[in-house]
Design a protein around this ligand. Structure first.
Ligand SMILES: CC(C)(COP(=O)(O)OP(=O)(O)OC[C@H]1O[C@@H](n2cnc3c(N)ncnc32)[C@H](O)[C@@H]1OP(=O)(O)O)[C@@H](O)C(=O)NCCC(=O)NCCS
Length: 174
């Protein structure tokens, strides 16, 4: 897979996204209605990564709350992991943040989710606290992760390096 396409998630994508959501999160997945509500929310932006055959391989979403972005979900199909797809989606979100004059990006992540924590640390998110028993399915704690100000040189330089290391051709469909 040399080329991937990033598209805004639409109502036509929800069936496939919802199937992927159940594969990625068999015990605690969002409902289809949650996705329909999210894509209708004016404060939210959701994107999919699709391959040449239009298959959805990954998706991400965030809310803009004044000068903060809150990442609500990020999932990559288990057969397509370690192919930079999560990084490609995070890059898309961060570019949106620059366009929208956002300063900080935050999210919650399960404290046992090492792959995700490592991914966010690569983008210079750090853990600033814990929400105790945040996840209802197993009572697990959430780490609250935040970027520094994304307009600072340290963040921008790191972001530039990550972008330079992406090995795929990315087509952005608005
Ligand atoms: C976490 C997840 C989104 C990563 O997606 P991915 O497309 O495989 O990740 P990428 O290939 O774009 O990024 C790789 C980076 O992520 C981190 N990473 C990914 N998988 C990892 C693993 N198994 N162990 C350690 N670090 C890992 C590393 O920092 C890696 O960078 P490196 O290659 O320079 O070491 C994916 O595993 C997933 O969908 N998990 C289930 C859903 C989930 O946990 N979502 C996040 C909720 S907050």
């Amino acid at each position: 897979m040399q080329q991937v396409r990033i598209t805004r998630m639409t109502a036509e994508d929800v069936d496939e996204v919802s199937k992927l959501e159940q594969i990625v999160h068999p015990n605690h997945h969002w409902s289809k209605n949650s996705f329909y509500n999210e894509i209708a929310n004016k404060l939210a932006s959701y994107y999919c990564v699709k391959d040449e055959q239009n298959k959805i391989l990954a998706y991400i979403g965030f809310w803009q709350i004044i000068e903060e972005a809150h990442i609500t979900t990020l999932a990559v199909h288990p057969d397509y992991r370690n192919l930079q797809l999560a990084q490609i989606l995070l890059i898309k979100i961060i570019e949106d943040c620059y366009e929208n004059m956002i300063k900080f990006i935050t999210l919650e992540v399960r404290e046992s989710n090492i792959p995700a924590i490592k991914l966010y640390e690569k983008f210079l998110f750090t853990s600033i606290g814990v929400r105790k028993k945040y996840y209802q399915d197993n009572g697990e704690n959430a780490l609250i992760m935040f970027t520094q100000n994304i307009w600072y040189d340290k963040f921008k330089n790191n972001f530039g390096e990550i972008k330079n290391n992406i090995k795929k051709v990315i087509v952005n469909d608005k």
